[in-house]
Ligand binder design. Sequence first.
Ligand SMILES: [Zn+2]
Length: 119
Amino acid sequence: MNATDLKYFKSYLLEQKSNILNKSTEFRSEQLSAKQGLIDEAEVASLDNSLSLSIQLHERDRSVLYQIEKALSKLEEGSYGQCESCGDTIGVSRLKARPFASLCIQCKEEQEDPRNYLN
Ligand SMILES: [Zn+2]
């Protein structure tokens, strides 16, 4: 991977990270203003539903955030783009499609091969 690619992935990851962080800040202030506007029980119930939906989305963001942090620390270490299983280069085109990929396509396919579950 060359310096241009590294720069590309780093700025992509940092952008994704700030998107999620901005979103979670918005989420928190929405939650706060919703609570302040509570009127009756029925509204509390419907609010609970919409909140749990937001929290689910939030959970997913958190797992993406974890993957971003992991990828960023690999970028720092210089191991970004290396397969965690066989140590091979994952390939820039695969990483552009899946920037959080931690396995090369061969290892990924092996991992997903249903025959492996029989072992
Ligand atoms: Zn591999």
